[in-house]
Design a protein around this ligand. Structure first.
Ligand SMILES: Nc1ncnc2c1ncn2[C@@H]1O[C@H](COP(=O)(O)OP(=O)(O)OP(=O)(O)O)[C@@H](O)[C@H]1O
Length: 700
């Protein structure tokens, strides 16, 4: 069999098929553009018409955007059934011909499932799975897997798997989507029908982020009611979000929000603080301490004296407590509950005034009868045909009085004495500058820690303050207005208890995809298991998957991380790598020679591998000293604690001892650094016993 001729023929065949698809794509785009122009040209009258037109224009813009995004690699696969069974092309979106015949199936559609799920052991009725590589609307490559054990024919192109080619290519600094090569264990999670919480863990490079982002695209496609409320992807920092930012748009999904904590809270962190303090600030006990402070500004067991132009009343504590309970019932926050409380209080006040007035009139009548014998009741007795008299016998408009009292500045001031309006920032600042309250709630804080917290309040907000501010806002002003139908949390092992609360507050229906690796946990959280993280919100109502295959790191580099993994997470098994490469190398230099050492390594890498990306992972201290861009455009300097989630072709770890010693999570930071490389890992160790070594060559 002439395999080259076979492949050329197959490419030509596929080219004919995809030309039909592109013609249909272009036609659909042209139809949508024409429809949009027509809507925009149509006359509109009144604001409702305007609104409807804007909504239609924006819907059509969405459709056009999605069609345009689908252009690049519109179709990437094909499945053929056994024994002459049907063939289907699989791609970015679904397309039908004008007569309704299926041209292309969306990768997320049920019909596309066998493309991902079929194996030789379980071919699901398929004979062949084909991958197509399309560039600029031209089919440039075709590779086939025969799944049902039949012999390849001249129409089959069996070769290197597309996964291996995808993984072996040089990195670009941005994560790429992987809809065409999603693996079975990944696809099962992406396509799961479970709408609640799904936790996905697994070692570094097992595709957790890939799964999380493709899951977001699947949720948008398959669960419209959830999609309508919006999907959020939450990540640990902006660098990470920039790294993953292209994936969803290239899957045709532009409506997913990407956010870090400052984006959600709308406040930037402007200072760092010792990690021991940040850890304590992450404890859920802080939420209790804040709640106590807010509750202390609401009336418990106190009477409320009220003096008004219509009379004076003291509401006893039972009535004030009942009003407080009623107002707080809906969990709408202190300030909004205060408005309800004011209404309850004014109702009580008006009732009381009404009764007082009725009693005063009755007393006056009794007195008059006793003194003068005049019986007012008989004098003004109600005769048939007369209008109904007011109950108290006087023409008092109590509804108007009620309205007056609701807007009365004096009443408001009196209510303020038991239920003042608050500002969330002040509540948090109040707690953070109250040494007594801090010491009472957090026995683990030393006096020095407390001084540092109190001192820090004046200097602005830290990263760990943001979830506290969010909590204070929920207590004071009620839950956030912007909530989501589904939240994807990446690097979830980084979340403190307070950060979990911040996210859960934004996902009332608890539909989430949570991915992370507890062996990579950083220094600012005390959460050590998914059970502990989720128990307060959903008890054990979540499903858990573990990914086992490493798609990033070569087997040689992965093996080198084994001793560190055994120290930081003895129960975790090393994942399985599917690629081989160079063994890790190491260099030792004196402190004075670190810069030259790094410079030499970079020069050599540039010469040998000019297309590739290099990550230089250093301690946070060193990262601050290195000018951005000073190492050249192809090398990125990353502080070890910020390297989570990123990847580079080559990683140079500078001074591992310093990274290890810099933080309580130093060993885990070092493990993260070791697992960032797709091809080469070089460790530059610093020998502190010598003044200068001269830069040395790497040793294998
Ligand atoms: N099915 C796949 N097809 C192509 N590439 C894949 C696939 N799965 C994973 N990868 C690639 O493998 C690398 C690691 O994936 P990813 O970053 O999702 O892993 P991770 O488990 O989130 O890692 P970490 O724990 O280090 O953050 C990425 O380059 C990703 O694009």
């Amino acid at each position: 069999m002439d395999t080259v001729a076979g492949k050329v023929g197959q490419i030509a065949d596929e080219q004919r098929s995809i030309e039909v698809m592109y013609a249909r794509l272009d036609a659909e785009e042209a139809e949508s553009v024409a429809a949009r122009e027509k809507v925009m040209a149509a006359p509109v009258e009144g604001p409702e018409d305007h609104q409807a037109r804007d909504a239609e224009v924006s819907r059509l813009a969405g459709v056009i955007g999605r069609l345009r995004l689908a252009e690049r690699s519109l179709c990437f696969g094909r499945i053929d059934g056994s024994e002459g069974g049907a063939s289907l092309h699989v791609g970015r979106i679904g397309l039908r011909s004008e007569s309704g015949e299926i041209l292309l199936v969306d990768w997320r559609a049920e019909a596309a499932r066998p493309f991902y799920a079929a194996t030789m052991a379980s071919p699901l009725g398929l004979r062949r799975r084909r991958h197509l590589r399309v560039e600029d609307r031209r089919v440039v490559d075709v590779t086939d897997e025969i799944l049902d054990g039949t012999d390849p024919t001249a129409e089959d192109v069996v070769g290197d798997g597309p996964l291996v080619s995808a993984l072996s290519g040089a990195r670009t600094g941005r994560m790429r989507e992987a809809a065409s090569t999603l693996q079975r264990e990944q696809d099962e999670i992406v396509r799961s029908e479970h709408r609640g919480i799904t936790v996905v863990d697994g070692g570094p490079g097992t595709g957790k982020t890939i799964v999380a982002l493709h899951r977001a695209a699947y949720v948008l496609y398959a669960f419209p009611a959830i999609a309508e409320r919006g999907v959020l992807v939450f990540g640990p920092n902006r660098r990470f979000l920039a790294y993953i930012s292209n994936v969803l748009p290239s899957l045709g999904e532009n409506d997913v929000e990407l956010a870090t904590a400052p984006d959600l809270v709308g406040v930037e962190a402007t200072r760092t603080e010792p990690e021991a303090i940040a850890r304590v600030k992450g404890r859920a006990r802080f939420a209790e301490a804040l709640a106590r402070r807010v509750r202390a500004r609401e009336p418990y067991g106190v009477p409320l004296p009220l003096t008004t132009a219509h009379g004076s009343v003291t509401l006893d504590s039972t009535r004030v407590d009942a009003a407080r309970r009623g107002a707080l019932q809906g969990g709408i926050g202190h300030n909004r509950a205060r408005e309800l409380f004011l209404e309850y209080i004014v109702d009580e006040l008006v009732n009381e005034l009404e009764q007082q007035t009725a009693k005063e009139i009755a007393d006056f009548e009794d007195e008059l009868r006793e003194l003068s014998g005049i019986d007012l009741d008989r004098m003004f007795a109600h005769r048939p045909g007369d209008p109904e008299p007011e109950e108290d016998g006087l023409d008092i408009d109590w509804d108007r009085i009620r309205d007056d009292l609701l807007g009365d500045a004096d009443v408001d001031r009196m209510v303020d004495t038991v239920w003042p309006r608050l500002r969330a920032e002040d509540v948090l600042r109040g707690l953070l500058s109250d040494p007594g309250a801090l010491a009472h709630a957090f026995a683990e804080l030393t006096e020095e820690d407390i001084d540092s917290i109190v001192e820090g309040v004046r200097a602005g907000w830290s990263g760990a303050d943001l979830p506290l501010l969010d909590e204070a806002r929920a207590l004071v002003d009620g839950p956030p207005e912007r909530v989501y139908g589904h939240i994807v949390v990446d690097e979830a092992q980084q979340l403190s208890e307070m950060r979990w609360r911040m996210l859960m507050r934004r996902c009332p229906n608890r539909s989430m995809t949570i991915v992370g690796d507890l062996a990579q946990t950083g220094s600012t959280t005390t959460v050590t298991s998914w059970e502990d993280a989720l128990e307060p919100f959903v008890a054990d109502r979540y499903v858990h998957h573990t990914l086992t295959v490493n798609y990033r790191t070569t087997a040689e580099i992965l093996e080198a991380t084994r001793p560190l993994l055994a120290r930081i997470a003895p129960a975790q098994r090393l994942s399985r790598s599917i690629r081989h490469g160079e063994p890790p190398a190491s260099v030792t230099v004196a402190e004075a020679d670190v810069d030259t050492g790094v410079g030499d390594l970079l020069a050599r890498l540039r010469e040998d591998h000019p297309e590739e990306l290099v990550g230089v992972v250093v301690s946070s201290r060193r990262a601050m000293e290195i000018e951005p861009g000073s190492l050249g455009g192809d090398a990125t300097v990353v502080a070890a604690p910020d390297a989570r989630g990123l990847e580079f072709d080559t990683v140079i770890i500078v001074d591992p001892d310093e990274i290890e010693g810099a933080s309580e999570a130093g060993l885990r930071d070092l493990y993260v650094a070791q697992t960032r490389a797709t091809k080469r890992l070089i460790t530059l160790t610093v020998d502190r016993t010598v003044a200068s070594t001269g830069a040395a060559a790497p040793e294998g």
